[in-house]
Design a protein around this ligand. Structure first.
Ligand code: GDP
Ligand code: MG
Ligand code: ZN
Length: 303
């Protein structure tokens, strides 16, 4: 039988078959799908082939289809192994708030780069628009213009008042979507507003402890409608860039691409190299200083 993984904890997972029936299933043996080592054999979003349960035996996963896209993070700080967080994601919705809490633009850029690297379509969702007045409203406009100028769709929502949800509904339709944002940005509020009856508790525990980055988290996929799915990643703040060389990172900044061929060295890191066209463009204001700053930080620390 064929199905899609909705929840995965180690080798155990919940699989929905093509008729909509849920199955508890286990993975036996090893599947190697990537150049790097992974800690989890199956991930939410995986398309799998399995043999159905028999008497006392659970369903067994026999094959995992190659992942069209995936997101990873390092299993822990020192590890060379990686955890696949979710697979076959079409769109990444990055929540951005200017207050309560202010979202770090570095965080947003890291996620945009990850989306570019793994061929997932990113959307910026500016949430809590009900709170923006005066200088905050002006800053919100600046960020909106910057992200739009890079070619990213920007949506604006006040999830608490159900404002702007229509454009969000249109953007998720027919796809597998993942919503990510800093703790407190309104991820859960948006999920609850989109899916009536879901009733997830708002305010992550991680919000209070400041932890939760590498703690056990339950990634779970929810059906929005028959063709649309939303993946929740509670406690996961950001993802790692795995499988890329340092000189490749600038290619994930769309505004840098036109300048890269004009650098003196073709493996230029756009840092201190002489004859760097990207650094020159940043100095001339053709690349936003905030974005160049994010680039240097990601270069120094890709995780
Ligand atoms: N003012 C305002 N508050 C919001 C909005 N969306 C969410 N919140 C509040 O922000 C807090 C954190 O929301 P939550 O959904 O738990 O954030 P999460 O940590 O990203 O899942 C809660 O108190 C929500 O009621 C919004 O659009 N406007
Ligand atoms: Mg939450
Ligand atoms: Zn350069």
């Amino acid at each position: 039988m064929k199905g899609t993984v909705y929840e995965a904890i180690g080798p155990r997972c919940l699989v929905k078959d093509e008729a909509g029936q849920m199955h508890r299933a286990v993975v036996r043996g090893k599947f190697r799908l990537h150049r790097f080592q992974t800690t989890n054999p199956v991930a939410v979003g995986d398309v799998v082939h399995f043999s159905p349960a028999e008497k006392r035996r659970p369903a067994v996963i026999q094959q995992i289809e190659p992942r069209k896209t995936f997101l990873v993070r390092r299993a822990n700080k020192l590890s060379k192994r990686y955890q696949i967080i979710a697979a076959n994601i079409d769109r990444l919705f990055i929540l951005f708030t200017l207050t309560a809490p202010p979202t770090s633009p570095r965080f947003v850029d890291r996620l945009l780069v990850t989306a570019e690297a793994y061929h997932i379509e990113p959307f910026i969702v500016i949430n809590k628009t009900d709170l923006y007045e005066g200088p905050l409203l002006a800053r919100k406009e600046q960020w909106r213009r910057l992200y739009a100028s890079l070619g990213y769709p920007v949506l604006e929502t006040a999830a608490i008042r159900n404002d702007g949800l229509e454009s969000l509904r249109e953007a998720i339709a027919g796809r597998t979507n993942l919503i990510v944002g800093q703790s407190g940005a309104g991820k859960t509020t948006i999920l609850n507003a989109l899916i009536p009856g879901l009733d997830l508790p708002t305010q992550d525990i991680s919000h209070y402890t400041g932890k939760g980055r590498h703690t056990t988290t339950r990634v779970r996929m929810y059906d929005y409608d028959a063709h649309t799915r939303i993946i929740d990643t509670p406690g996961i703040r950001d993802f790692g860039l795995v499988g890329f060389e340092p000189y490749e990172i600038s290619h994930f900044f769309p505004e840098m691409r036109p300048y890269i061929p004009h650098c003196r060295f073709n493996n230029c890191l756009h840092n201190t190299e002489p004859g760097c066209a990207v650094r020159a463009a940043a100095a001339e204001g053709k690349i936003a200083p905030e974005r160049y700053e994010s680039y240097l930080r990601i270069l120094a620390n890709p995780y």
